[in-house]
Design a protein around this ligand. Structure first.
Ligand SMILES: *Cc1c(COP(=O)(O)O)cnc(C)c1O
Length: 376
């Protein structure tokens, strides 16, 4: 099957007598058994479900769907992007190990690594991943993992995934990529040899801003461990949220196609605007498009607060990837936990606005931003 077909046909066949067209929600905490032999079948691997924390048809569908689109052997869903990242990391790293991560990480991932992982005794170095030498210099004897994002936030640097895989092979390390901004519609890191790929399904996988979820995918060996972490740490996703994630996932191709087109149109329009100092939008992320996030730096004379007030129907939110166009102030939200020194080194400034482009008519989107840019 090709991408679009796989995108809508990933769910498991139903065993219900009624053969409902949509998958029912298995809103249950556990599964019952005819007898003890039947229960033993679960532990022998011949039956899929025992207890929802360990596995549930709706949650498993979400992991499976994303795994298929990413070209991975196995996937698992969890309660959030952050818990999916944690599960993936704990599948490869333990106390005493060291991780090398890109310094332009999503703020929440930075906190997870700089605070929580260090408290667990897992050390993390944050370095400039745009230079091969700085990555190699940061590798130590106890390094086990290289971690990056396929398209970074908010500066939208496109990671050189092949180079990371090459470095990892040279030093016998695992690689993990957060593919939230690109989605498998644009970039499939597993195909380049990446070991684990993670998503905040809260974003494009869900796509409708009504869900908090995460997914991690990879080889069966690593994923068995990652799924075990989700169960053992209790960061499983609920059945309804799994169902909602699958429902969102089915339209990923359509949404991404429109959103990437709209984003390219907006980036082009804003790059000519006199009140915009700089537009950040990748040019060669993939042949299908360059993502649906556009970051701009307002002109030095602009009143940033006034700009945010004048956005009419465009909502100011601390998230991205919904079907509606929205904006974020990275310094005030996603990058608030990142130390000021790192922020200014990266070039994340107060006048920066991250735009998540939706599925509206592209002319309306451009007009909304022109109005806010004029109001100053
Ligand atoms: C939002 C986000 C996360 C965290 O996901 P949650 O679902 O909020 O836990 C991780 N990485 C990236 C790139 C994100 O945008």
């Amino acid at each position: 099957m090709r991408f679009n077909t796989k995108n809508v046909h990933f769910q498991e066949k139903l065993d219900s007598a009624e053969l409902s067209k949509a998958k029912p929600i298995y809103q249950t905490s556990a599964f019952s058994f005819h007898d003890l032999d039947d229960m033993e079948a679960f532990f022998q691997g011949d039956k899929s479900y025992l207890y929802t924390r360990i596995g549930n048809p709706n949650t498993d569908d979400l992991g499976k769907g994303v795994a298929e689109l990413e070209g991975a052997e196995m996937g698992a869903a969890s309660s959030s992007g952050i818990s999916a990242i944690l599960a993936g990391i704990l599948a490869v790293a333990k106390t005493g190990d060291h991780i090398v991560a890109t310094e332009d990480l999503y703020g929440g991932t930075y906190v997870l690594m700089a605070k929580e992982l260090r408290d667990f005794g897992i050390d993390v170095s944050f370095v400039d991943f745009s230079k091969r030498e700085t990555i190699e210099e940061a590798i130590k004897d106890n390094t086990v993992l290289l971690f990056s994002e396929s398209i970074t936030n908010p500066l939208l640097r496109v990671e050189n995934i092949q180079e990371l895989v090459d470095i990892a092979k040279k030093y016998d390390l695992k690689t993990m990529i957060d593919n939230t901004f690109a989605t498998p519609f644009l970039i499939r890191p597993v195909e380049a040899g990446v070991d684990l790929v993670v998503h905040s399904a809260t974003k494009y996988i869900g796509g409708h801003s009504d869900l908090s979820a995460g997914v991690v995918v990879g080889s069966r060996t690593l994923m068995k461990k990652a799924k075990g972490k989700i169960a053992n740490l209790g960061s499983n996703l609920g059945p309804f949220d799994g169902w909602l994630g699958c429902r969102g996932l089915k339209t990923l191709s359509l949404r991404m196609e429109r959103q990437c087109k709209n984003a390219a149109f907006l980036a082009e329009a804003l790059s000519k605007h006199p009140n915009v100092k700089k537009v950040y939008y990748p040019t060669e992320a993939s042949e299908k498009g360059n993502g649906a996030i556009v970051t701009i730096a307002l002109g030095d004379h602009m009143d940033v607060h006034q700009f945010f007030r004048q956005l009419s129907w465009v909502k100011v939110v601390p998230t991205l990837a919904g079907v509606e166009t929205s904006v974020t102030h990275p310094v005030g939200t996603s990058h608030r936990p990142v130390p000021e020194k790192t922020r200014s080194k990266l070039g994340v400034t107060y006048s920066m606005v991250r735009i998540s482009v939706g599925i509206e008519d592209q002319e309306d989107i451009v007009e909304a931003f022109e109005k806010a840019l004029k109001a100053n």
